[in-house]
Design a protein around this ligand. Sequence first.
Ligand SMILES: N[C@@H](CCC(=O)N[C@@H](CS)C(=O)NCC(=O)O)C(=O)O
Length: 207
Amino acid sequence: MKLMYSPTSPFVRRVRAVAFELGLADRISLEAVTVAPGRENEEFAATINPLRKIPALVLDDGAVLIDSSVICAYLDSLAGGGRVIPITAPEEWQVLSQQAIADGMTDALVLARYEVALRPQPLRWPQWLEDQQSRFWTGLAWFERIAATALDSRGGACDVSQIALACCLGYADFRFEGFDWPARAPRVSAWYREFMQRPSMSNTAPA
Ligand SMILES: N[C@@H](CCC(=O)N[C@@H](CS)C(=O)NCC(=O)O)C(=O)O
């Protein structure tokens, strides 16, 4: 399998971390792609993802899987199922909803990053930037409230929503230096420090 990737993408990191957790990392080769709003990248659009986003996973038979959540679900099923995504209700739906919140927080930060790093100065819209960043903060507060259940270590195992949140927070540390999010979310912060010790996280840090 080939993962179309960038070393700084939090969505790619999520897929790579899941692959490590499932013991599948050495079955996945990496191919670097540069994607960003405003870059045409026609070949990638024509052959891999019409939306020009990464990650995309190219399977050995040539089929292409798009979107980090879809790819993580595929990897979980490849590893037998129920490893990082529970297969029984209500846990399955809780974990998938938590993953969706972490996903939205990450989306908001990536869009905020594009606004600051890519959008020409005269076209910037400060309220829009603030609005995107506030989605990160309200998502973080949401996880802080449910930390006791959502961030439980389950005897050493972990789930896709925890990996998604850890990748989001890692991206916040990497791109938004002044955020100091731990000051606003002490329970999430304590969990994060421990979670970062996992090889799946240390092997996939943004660079
Ligand atoms: N929902 C997608 C989001 C992926 C995404 O936004 N990836 C960013 C990189 S971190 C990207 O490809 N951006 C290029 C662009 O928006 O043009 C997923 O979960 O895979």
